[in-house]
Design a protein around this ligand. Sequence first.
Ligand SMILES: NC(=O)c1ccc[n+]([C@@H]2O[C@H](COP(=O)([O-])OP(=O)(O)OC[C@H]3O[C@@H](n4cnc5c(N)ncnc54)[C@H](O)[C@@H]3O)[C@@H](O)[C@H]2O)c1
Length: 421
Amino acid sequence: MKTICVVGVGYIGLPTACMFAKSGFKVIGVDVKKEIIDNLNKGKCHIKEPGLDELLKSVVEAGSITFDVKPVVADAFIICVPTPLNSEKKANLDYVKKASESIVPCLRENAVVILESTVPPRTCIDVIKPLLEKSGLKAGNKFALAFCPERVIPGRILVEIVDNDRIVGGIDEKSTKLAKDLYKSFVKGNIFETDSTTAEMVKLMENTFRDVNIALANEFAFVAETVKINIWDAIKLANKHPRVNIHQPGPGVGGHCIPIVPWFIVETDVEHTPLIQCARMINDAMPRKIISILEKIVDFSKKPVISVWGVAFKANTDDCSYSPATDIIRLILHKGGIVRVHDPFVEKYEYPIMTMKESLKNSECIVFMADHDAYKKLDPKSLENMMKVQNVLDTRNIIDLDSWTKAKFKVFKFGDKSTFF
Ligand SMILES: NC(=O)c1ccc[n+]([C@@H]2O[C@H](COP(=O)([O-])OP(=O)(O)OC[C@H]3O[C@@H](n4cnc5c(N)ncnc54)[C@H](O)[C@@H]3O)[C@@H](O)[C@H]2O)c1
């Protein structure tokens, strides 16, 4: 096995391609976005991820990776393209289908095709296999086909891509083994073997577990408000139980996985998934809960300026995909408010990113959305006299009540008495 073609070089595909290049393979990274390809060939990374800049530069300089807009003949193909939701809350497999079709002319006997994009169960067998067989080669017999889901977390991708345990599921045993051999080149975690449909379902179950448990924490937060107790304290105490691990409530869930993936299970079996559907509704409604709190703090009829801080969906990353902060901004604008956005990690976003100082001009409230370390460590005294009214709404329980109060801020915290109006 010498050449690997990675189709789709985004958050998942680029680190994967670079790791294979570092492990001695000749890698071709493919993407439909020409601008990305041109920059990557110059060693310029379009993704902010610790260590990725350096890794990319080193493999580009070593000549072990190149980038192109179309796949080429290779020994292995790894598909890492997006699988967003469509308007019917079903998996949009168009990207996966197009990527598979683009491989067909380059597919040769004994090649291995691995899907890493998250998909509904049976996609490898029912969708990818027939598309690839348009090459005239039979899957299993003439080429291997497997699903190998990604479990990495943005911000720690280069660590987790190596250390995490992985699941590899082929359409037959030979496919599983060939795919596993490939990942063994850099994965230090265990690589567990299964079939492709089980591997597809395992990935969906992992993310759905998190979604349902966050929804449970959010539901507890609502009840805590009814009985007037602090949800953060209550969860901390409940988690002292040796077999309890309640998740954290918050303003909603984001990212490519948690808000999307549970729907892939629902579309597969709508009748038997009431719990999953309910959890999705609860977590999707959280931005509206935060706005209902904000309405008690500012008067939207007077077009208040609101500083939304932390638009990435995850702490210490620049990934804004499906971030609940975007929903909150839209809701503020819809109510007539003016939004000023700050995020120390994010450069490109659908609303202008400002410095802290700019974003506080005439502001009547800071809304903390992401739990970036920079916000946790912030000295509130450094923000004194920059705002019109010194209100702060903490949706993540990240700020210290005493120090912010001492700095003359009126502190509102989701889940404690300050927001039980
Ligand atoms: N980002 C995560 O943290 C994460 C974690 C686990 C799984 N996943 C899954 O991995 C998959 C990829 O996610 P991502 O975050 O890397 O997406 P991304 O949007 O960051 O990157 C996907 C890339 O694929 C390219 N692309 C689209 N169609 C193409 C085609 N036909 N040929 C070549 N390139 C094409 C896009 O231009 C883009 O650059 C998704 O299914 C996602 O659910 C993501």
